[in-house]
Write a protein that binds this ligand. Structure first.
Ligand code: GLY
Length: 265
């Protein structure tokens, strides 16, 4: 983790904490925390999102609230700074859960969402080479996420990503799929995932994660997946687990300096 990433994580944690402390909902705290990370350009989300093999930046995000079980998501959205806010708008302004591709981008434009100055430079690629390239193992992820519990006892979870290295155009990972990349339910907890989406989707990890360590072990043993997660229980107990070699993350209870590290064992 670089010094600027650590500083950005601390700033994001403080933004979320202060919102909760002033009585904001968990949903707002999660959205605003993730917006800090998306805007920074320091992580694989928002202005720092990876490019797909055709040179275009397509992003995924989702958010879920654990009282009403409302959720919103966008996949393969282009050209905006804050996909997490687009996901929240899908949740609050439509009857749907997930909008994808150019129509998700059009939806964001309808709400005049802030645009990214650089969204990628389209380039030619061949499927023949690309299919060989995508077969390699990947360790660099950098999806951003947050979980929060508010004064009313409601929890929320969110995540935002530019996907993974060397992905085919149009590839979508776990992040916008409710129950896979993100899940929140007041009775059971809130989970936000990072890691290789292909494995996380196949085990629908976020919804199954109550026993976090066991599910991550299964992910590694059964399908050679790699992932990390933020888990928050309705009682406010919190854990960070990962089967990846590292996971930049942190937590803060409002006193001293927020804790940020890149391994949690
Ligand atoms: N977990 C992010 C992705 O696989 O796209």
């Amino acid at each position: 983790m670089t010094a600027s990433q650590a500083a950005c994580l601390r700033a994001a944690l403080q933004v979320g904490y202060h919102l909760l402390d002033r009585g904001s909902s968990a949903l707002v705290a999660v959205e605003q925390t993730i917006r800090v990370l998306e805007r920074s350009g320091l992580f694989n989300a928002g202005t720092g999102a990876h490019l797909q093999l055709d040179g275009v930046r397509r992003m995924d995000a989702s958010i879920m609230e654990g009282d009403s079980l409302r959720a919103g998501a966008v996949a393969s959205i282009e050209g905006i700074v804050h996909p997490i806010t687009a996901a929240r708008l899908v949740m609050e302004e439509t009857d749907h859960v997930l909008l994808v591709g150019p129509m998700a981008t059009k939806f964001a434009r309808h709400f005049k969402m802030e645009r990214q100055p650089f969204t990628g430079k389209p380039r030619r690629f061949s499927y023949e080479t690309a299919l060989r390239k995508t077969a390699h193992n990947r360790e660099r992820h950098g999806t951003v996420g947050a979980v929060a519990l508010d004064r009313a006892g409601t929890i929320a979870a969110g995540a935002s990503t530019g996907g993974i290295d060397r992905m085919l155009p149009g590839r979508v990972g776990d992040t916008p799929i409710i129950g896979c990349g993100v899940y929140a339910e007041n009775e059971t907890g809130a989970v936000s995932m990072t890691g290789l989406g292909e494995g996380i989707i196949r085990l629908a990890v976020a919804k199954e994660i109550c026993a976090a360590r066991l599910v991550l072990q299964k992910l590694v043993a059964r399908i050679q997946g790699a992932a990390g997660c933020l888990v928050l229980t309705p009682q406010g107990r919190f854990t960070i687990r990962h089967s990846t070699s590292h996971m930049m993350a942190g937590y803060w209870a409002g006193r001293g300096i927020p804790v940020v590290k890149d391994t949690f064992r």
